[in-house]
Design a protein around this ligand. Structure first.
Ligand code: HEC
Length: 97
């Protein structure tokens, strides 16, 4: 993503505790299992099975998932808009090759 910093994204992921529900490369602990593993998220075409996997949509989703997917168990997370873009940039680095 332009103007986004994957390393800062990983730091934000660690700070807000995404690992309590997701297995995320770069985080050795915790590796939660309530949410889907994000190990190859960059290869996916969809977010949560129903949203197009685009940078703007992903940055919105990681910060305010219930706004986009009513009834989802993925909670809103305390990220700034900039941090949400950084987190999205980090998630796009997670590919199988
Ligand atoms: C309380 C547990 C919980 C926390 C904390 C959490 N998530 Fe989730 N997350 C979920 C669940 C459950 C889903 C599945 C949502 C659905 O399908 O409706 C999900 C879905 C996702 C998805 C879509 C995955 C896919 O395969 O389509 C992404 C990306 C994601 N979360 C990223 C994050 C990030 C980044 C954070 C931290 C900012 C985070 N999550 C924090 C529970 C959580």
């Amino acid at each position: 993503m332009p103007q986004a910093d994957p390393a800062a994204g990983l730091a934000a992921i660690r700070r807000v505790g995404c690992g309590s529900c997701h297995s995320i490369p770069g985080l050795s602990w915790p590796k939660g299992e309530l949410g889907p593993a994000l190990d190859r998220f960059g290869d996916q075409g969809m977010i949560a099975g129903r949203l197009p996997n685009r940078p703007d949509v992903l940055a919105h989703f990681v910060r305010r998932a219930p706004e986009l997917v009513p009834g989802t168990t993925m909670p809103a997370m305390p990220l700034s808009e900039k941090e949400a873009r950084d987190v999205a940039a980090y998630l796009y680095t997670l590919r199988s090759r």
